[in-house]
Write a protein that binds this ligand. Structure first.
Ligand SMILES: Nc1ncnc2c1ncn2[C@@H]1O[C@H](COP(=O)(O)OP(=O)(O)O)[C@@H](O)[C@H]1O
Ligand SMILES: [Mg+2]
Length: 305
């Protein structure tokens, strides 16, 4: 197969791990920066160019789209979808997962327990929303934060509202979220591939820090998930339409709560903590899906002739 990896940086661990896994299985891999891609749209002839070169003959794409280029990245994936290329993340799911509010709305609508979360259109009702969520500490977070950047713990209501007002002044929308104290600076990252748990780790924040992102210095170790946690992770990935996803879960006194579903989860932390070959599982998933696609395609052509 010819597999395309969309990545802004070919030297990143995740990109290299996927490239190695695909090449070791005999696939041809091309890593391209989605911000170097141009799209041309006309009736029934979607085309994608890298520089002046049209891209063709691609069997599958693995998008690794960072938060800085979500919209353009999604447009490139959409173009590949129009060209009939199989993708491990579809454009719509990427956009939904990247918006923490939309993600929470989808999960809660389907009965998945999440930290109580609110948003107001402007400053006027921010106090009312804050009071709906909590009386004291709350997490204030950017709709599109990643790596824990833009996720802030407000110690008091007045501090929380000042943060919200400050973000609004620079045109940023923020969520006000129930602070899950019981999590004690730890969370679970469950890596889902094709409806199964490919690996899971418990991440523990540095002392004095509540954010357990590896990028914020958290440590990680492999863990066994409970039956309920396994179900929540697999179901959340399914609800977001993501065959490859990193599902973050907080352990609380009222049970596990899903915090977010990552559409481009990093491989370094999870592969190091669990020793699992997650990249290999992603490539095997593509192989199975392409095989099914071919079988269904054959079935259809038999029916129509
Ligand atoms: N409501 C919360 N209660 C407790 N801890 C939280 C809460 N929200 C976020 N955190 C901590 O902060 C980290 C980053 O938050 P998250 O919403 O996942 O944003 P990001 O997408 O930037 O990783 C989480 O992994 C978790 O450790
Ligand atoms: Mg996170």
């Amino acid at each position: 197969m010819k597999i395309l990896i969309l990545s802004r940086n070919a030297t990143l661990y995740s990109t290299q791990s996927l490239q190695r896994a695909a090449e070791s299985r005999g696939h041809q891999v091309q890593v391209i920066d989605h911000l170097m891609c141009s799209l041309v749209i006309e009736r029934n002839r979607p085309a994608l160019f890298l520089g002046y070169e049209p891209l063709s003959g691609v069997d599958a794409v693995i998008p690794r789209i960072g938060a800085s280029a979500t919209e353009y990245g999604a447009a490139v994936i959409r173009q590949l979808e129009l060209m009939g290329v199989f993708t491990t993340v579809c454009s719509e799911s990427l956009m939904q997962a990247r918006n923490k509010l939309h993600c929470m709305q989808i999960l809660s609508r389907h009965g998945i327990d999440v930290p109580k979360t609110g948003i107001s259109a402007g400053d006027t009702c921010a106090g009312m929303v804050y009071d709906q969520i909590t009386r004291d500490k709350a997490v204030v977070k950017l709709l599109a934060s990643t790596q824990g950047l833009g996720v802030i713990l407000a110690q008091t209501r007045s501090q929380g509202l000042s943060l919200v007002e400050g973000f609004h002044r620079v045109g940023a929308d923020v969520l006000i979220q129930e602070f899950i104290q019981d999590a004690r600076g730890s969370d679970i990252r469950a890596f889902v591939v094709d409806g199964k748990i490919a690996g899971a780790m418990l991440r523990q924040a540095l002392p004095g820090e509540f954010r357990s992102n590896i990028h914020r210095g958290a440590s990680a170790r492999s863990i066994e998930l409970s039956e309920e946690e396994r179900y929540l992770a697999v179901r959340s990935a399914e609800l977001l339409g993501l065959p490859v996803a990193g599902v973050d879960i907080l352990r609380s006194s009222r049970g596990p709560l899903v915090l977010e579903v990552n559409a481009s989860p990093g491989l370094e932390g999870i592969e190091a903590a669990t020793g699992a070959d997650i990249a290999g599982k992603i490539i095997e998933y593509i192989e199975r899906a392409k095989c099914e696609e071919a079988t269904i395609g054959k079935g259809q052509s038999v029916k129509t002739t």
